[in-house]
Structure formats: C-alpha cells, structure tokens
Design a protein around this ligand. Sequence first.
Ligand code: KIV
Ligand code: NA
Length: 277
Amino acid sequence: RKKVTIQTLHQQKNNGTPITMLTAYDYPTAVACSSHAVDITLVGDSLAQVCLGYSSTTELTVSEMIHHTRAVARGTTHPLLIADMPFGSYHTGMEDALRNAVRLVQEGRVEGLKIEGGAEIAELVKKLTSVGIPVMAHVGLLPQRHTAMSGYKVQGRNHASAQRILEDALTLQEAGAFSMVVEAVPKELGQYLTEKLRIPTIGIGAGPHTDGQVLVWDDMMNTWNGHKAKFVRRFANVKAERDVGVASYCEAVRARAFPDPQAESYSADKSEWELFL
Ligand code: KIV
Ligand code: NA
C-alpha cells in the first residue's frame, strides 16, 4: 500500500473517498491497521482507559504516551501515524508545549499530533505547524475536559453551541490544522462543518457525512466491558473469543488434557534416556 500523506487525505476529501482512522496502542494492533486499508493510525489518549486501566485520560503522561507510540511506530507502514497530546502537555505555556510536541515526534516517532480545543489553542497550532509538526484539531466533545463539561455529553445541540464549534473549527483551520476530529455532535453539524471546511473532517459520533470516521479499537472490537456510546458499532467480538480461549485453557490444564503427550510434547532419544534408568 502507498504511504498515506496529508496530501492524500486532502485528495480523499476532494474526491469523496472516506478516510478510515482507528486507534492503536501497541505493536500487534499497529500491524493489524497496517495490514488493511486504514489511512490513519491514532495513538489516542483513550490509551489511558482502554489499555492502562486509568479512569480518565487526564491521568496519562507524555512518557507513558511515548512508550506506546514507539511500539505502534514499529508496527506501522502505510498509515499516517498520529498521537494525542496528553492532558497537561500543552497547557503550561508555548515552550513546554513545543518541547512535549518535539518529544512525541522525536522519541515517540509519530508523524503528527492531535490536540483537543478551540480558538484558545490556535496559537499553538500555528506554532507547531510553522516548525513542521502537522496538527489534527479536535472539536465537539473534548474528553480531556469531561469534568468541566459535566460528563461525556453531545455538544453543539443548540445554535449558540454549534456556532461556537463552527467558529473554533474555522479558526483552527486558519491556524494551519491539516484535518479535524469532530466528536459527539448532531449529524447536521457534522455535515455543516464538513461543507464549511477545506480540511478533512473525521467524525466520531458526528454522523455519516464527515470526510472520515474514527473509532476506538477496543470499542469497535468489543474487547472490554466499558460503556458503549450510541455511536459505537461492534465490528467484532474479541472479548467473547478471548474468554473462550482463557476458559478452555484453564479447563484443559486442570483436566491434564493439555499438553497432548504426542502432538504437543518432545520425546527423548531412547538410547540417551536409557542412561538414566
Ligand atoms: O483518544 C482517542 O481515542 C481519540 C479518538 C476517539 C478520536 O481521541
Ligand atoms: Na483522545
């Protein structure tokens, strides 16, 4: 497969080819994405909950993120590789933000960064873009602000809120964002943003009219018992398969049905073994 570039994604918007994006947190998942028509592999900070067992993305550090992006990078071929800037890594001033961004690219080996926020991060987007670090914006529901937003709620339901998201989106585009994740908004707003922006929109819970779709790996694969949002579709049931595997293994060991003495065991050379007897 051909390497996906920012230019490829912009062409996809213009010729109407939907962009496919999936999250990955480790090497085997990165290989899976690279083995199929995934355009963008995202090391999302959902890493915190679905992979590391934290209760919020706000607990994830830059070093933890880098540990995982390096593994994902080793398994990534054609997809564009993006990571989330973790909560706190871009809040304490431009220098800190730049340093963390550089770490994520240099040590973490990602090709671009996704950053949650509206007009208030436009200067940062401009700065990173100016030094050659591509930025994917993220508007609508911002999970890093779930406490301030009183939970994980659909955004842009009334006119004022939708207007604010549209203005943020246009500001981020002007600041140089190369694409934009739009999370948990009415499908009408997902479509409107997609029509108003030159850059590709990638929706999650933003309806069928965005330029692309993204889902969290563990949600779409059903690997865990986490809350299933309305916008999640289960494309596979890994948890069921995995549970069958673990239960059968334990049962077979307890019953001494594993390993099989022939098919799954080595045999000694008879003449050598006789020396013991
Ligand atoms: O962290 C994440 O997985 C994300 C996607 C859901 C867009 O930000
Ligand atoms: Na995220």
